[in-house]
Design a protein around this ligand. Structure first.
Ligand SMILES: *Cc1c(COP(=O)(O)O)cnc(C)c1O
Length: 345
């Protein structure tokens, strides 16, 4: 059913990629007179490894995949953009995203002049697979499913997502940016079975490294090759690779943060529910949740005055009166609760 050759754009298929000077030599010890760099050691005078081999080796071990199933990008944002550039012919092809979901999917579609079809979730935020399938036509190349979904925070059951993967001729991207906060494992263990499945993860959330910009796409090696072919040669800089390698040496720090954030999420939700104008907190598999309140805009603005910034999502379909709250540190959560207690009193 799935034929990558039919999904990839013609110009990308025939593209002869830029070959960087360092492609030919993999070792570290050599006299490098090939790339017009400054020879004096600043720590940064050399270009980074364009294929981030060492980092991929470590991530592969951690995630139990092969390094050739890993693409690394300047944040997941780069991977999102590259999916359009690799697979969607501007003004001809289209992509599908669930809605409401992550805002970068439609923005990247717009930038690439690709039609984005938004498929509304059901009222209970479950996946409307019927509506997804009826939105597919012969020019649909990509389907984006964020799970746990931003901003609704729920995880979609594996069998429901895999039903889409199995019954679609194009590529399904499952964005697992928040998977570390969920008690579900995610779909990585199924990667080998589905040549059209791409899974995004990131160092920006549980790993505490939004600032270094490192996103991961796991996929069949044929898809990874295409992304590698069209990315900027040195898309992941030296600092980012070094810092990520350091973080990967000790997983206990990340695990500890996840534990603390989940404990704080429980505390924050319990306390918020005691406040009269908080009507509902939606279930969350992530480090954030939706709170349905009276007067979301007034609360949002009141909190901005107090230098506490939430995300007002109340204008989105299905999210009437909803604020999205990211779990903070214990002190930050208490400040939020104290501020809310004096709202309008
Ligand atoms: C935060 C987030 C990301 C992370 O993007 P980066 O570019 O890796 O920082 C990806 N997907 C979703 C849905 C997110 O909310």
């Amino acid at each position: 059913m799935f034929d990558l050759d039919k999904v990839v754009r013609k110009n990308i298929k025939t593209l002869k990629p830029y070959s960087c000077a360092r492609d030919e030599y993999k070792g570290k010890e050599a006299i490098f007179m090939d790339a017009n760099e400054n020879p004096y050691d600043t720590g940064f005078n050399r270009y980074p490894d364009p294929l981030q081999s060492e980092l991929k080796e470590k991530i592969a071990q951690l995630k139990n995949v092969h390094p050739n199933q890993i693409f690394l990008g300047n944040g997941s944002d780069e991977a999102i953009d590259l999916m359009f550039r690799a697979f969607c012919e501007p003004r001809i092809d289209n992509a599908i995203t669930i809605h409401p979901s992550y805002g970068m999917y439609p923005v990247c579609a717009d930038i690439n002049d690709v039609e984005m079809r938004k498929v509304l979730l059901n009222e209970d935020f479950s996946l409307n697979t019927k509506s997804i399938f009826s939105s597919v036509d012969k020019n649909t190349k990509l389907i984006f499913i964020c799970s746990p979904n931003n901003p609704t925070a729920n995880y979609f059951p594996d069998d429901v997502v895999l039903d889409v993967v199995k019954n679609f001729d194009g590529i399904v991207i499952v964005d697992e940016a928040y998977i570390d906060f969920s008690d579900k494992a995610g779909l990585l263990s199924c990667l080998n079975e589905y040549p059209n499945l791409v899974i995004f993860q990131t160092f920006s959330k549980a790993w505490g490294m939004a600032g270094i910009r490192l996103g991961i796409a796991f996929a069949h090696p044929a898809i990874v090759n295409i992304l590698n072919k069209i990315k900027y040669p040195y898309n992941v800089n030296v600092n980012t690779q070094t810092i990520a390698l350091e973080a990967l040496k000790d997983l206990s720090q990340k695990d500890m943060w996840v534990k603390m954030i989940l404990a704080q999420k429980k505390f924050l939700i319990e306390e918020l529910l005691k406040i009269s104008f908080v009507k509902k907190i939606f279930p969350s598999d992530a480090n954030f949740f939706l709170a349905q309140v009276d007067e979301p805009k007034a609360i949002y603005e009141f909190l901005v005055e107090k230098k506490i910034i939430l995300r007002d999502r109340s204008n989105l379909e299905l999210l009437e009166n909803c604020l999205r709250i990211t779990v903070g540190t214990e002190e930050e959560n208490i400040e939020l609760l104290n501020a809310l207690k004096i709202f309008k009193s």
